[in-house]
Design a protein around this ligand. Structure first.
Ligand SMILES: Nc1ncnc2c1ncn2[C@@H]1O[C@H](COP(=O)(O)OP(=O)(O)OP(=O)(O)O)[C@@H](O)[C@H]1O
Length: 258
């Protein structure tokens, strides 16, 4: 059951713990001259490790733009944006690639490669961003994470032989395989039926809490709002509200929220 507090943006009790995302006075526009269109206005936001934050708001309010800025997929124009302790503004493209190594991306269109098996799709991440899995071979690590997501029997299946929910779970496995500290998800349940959508977010929630991962998720799906610790509403490029909704958090994230 959702319980909403009209609290201001959460402030950490323990100031020594660094925000996973810290945004200050962020403005962003598309185009120049006649095509100039400002879509984000003076955004300020702190998100702490282990928090699950849902970003909601009307179509065109700037949610995806904000998510892609945080994901180091766009250039910061004005203001400050720190992700996992690194200021993104003025970073060289090579440095941005390094930042992305620690971020897992999950999109509505799961973007799996149809000619590759579930395991090979997950290994796209390990190939791109080689990681230390404590001497576990990437193929074994990929199978392990697929197993954790309930796909042990589907490791060697190609996407056409998987349901929508299973495909999205492969995309989640691909996002999680490198143990990112931050997950950015854009409408991860939009293409799924009610049960698959619920299963997918429950899995994400479990992973976030077990591994202290920060999740920032854009969604229009009211059915999954209850997984959030915080719900942030973006309207016409402005942060309209930022509410703590989970009064039942027992993990460390709770420490930062009141
Ligand atoms: N590449 C682009 N060039 C110009 N304008 C863009 C571009 N991408 C987005 N926009 C505009 O910026 C505004 C914000 O778009 P954005 O996709 O961030 O919104 P959103 O809240 O994610 O919308 P939705 O919920 O429909 O996905 C919209 O008016 C959109 O038309």
């Amino acid at each position: 059951m959702l319980e909403t507090f009209s609290s201001p943006a959460p402030v950490p009790l323990n100031q020594s713990i660094e925000a996973s995302i810290q945004i200050r006075n962020l403005n962003f526009h598309y185009g120049e001259g006649d095509l100039f269109k400002q879509v984000l206005f003076d955004i300020n936001l702190d998100v702490y490790p282990g928090q699950i934050v849902i970003l909601t708001g009307p179509s065109g309010s700037g949610k995806t733009t904000l998510l892609t800025l945080i994901g180091a997929l766009r250039t910061i124009q004005e203001g400050s944006l720190k992700v996992l302790g690194q200021e993104l503004r003025s970073l060289h493209p090579k440095q941005l690639v390094q930042i992305r190594k620690n971020i897992g991306f999950i999109f509505q269109a799961h973007n799996l490669f149809h000619s590759l098996t579930a395991r090979q799709n997950v290994m796209m991440s390990t190939d791109l961003y080689p990681n230390d899995f404590h001497n576990v071979a990437p193929a074994s690590r990929a199978a392990e994470i697929l197993g954790q997501l309930g796909l042990a029997e589907r490791v060697d299946y190609k996407p056409h032989a998987l349901s929508g929910g299973q495909k999205q779970r492969v995309a989640i496995a691909r996002a999680l395989v490198n143990r990112p500290k931050l997950i950015l998800a854009d409408e991860p349940t939009a293409a799924l039926d009610k049960k698959s959508g619920r299963d997918v977010v429950t899995l994400m929630q479990k992973m976030a809490k077990e591994e202290n991962i920060t999740i920032l998720m854009v969604t229009h799906d009211n059915r999954i709002l209850d997984v959030a610790d915080r719900i942030i509403n973006l309207v016409d490029g402005n942060l309209e509200s930022d509410n703590v909704v989970n009064t039942d958090v027992t993990n460390d994230a709770r420490t930062f929220m009141l």
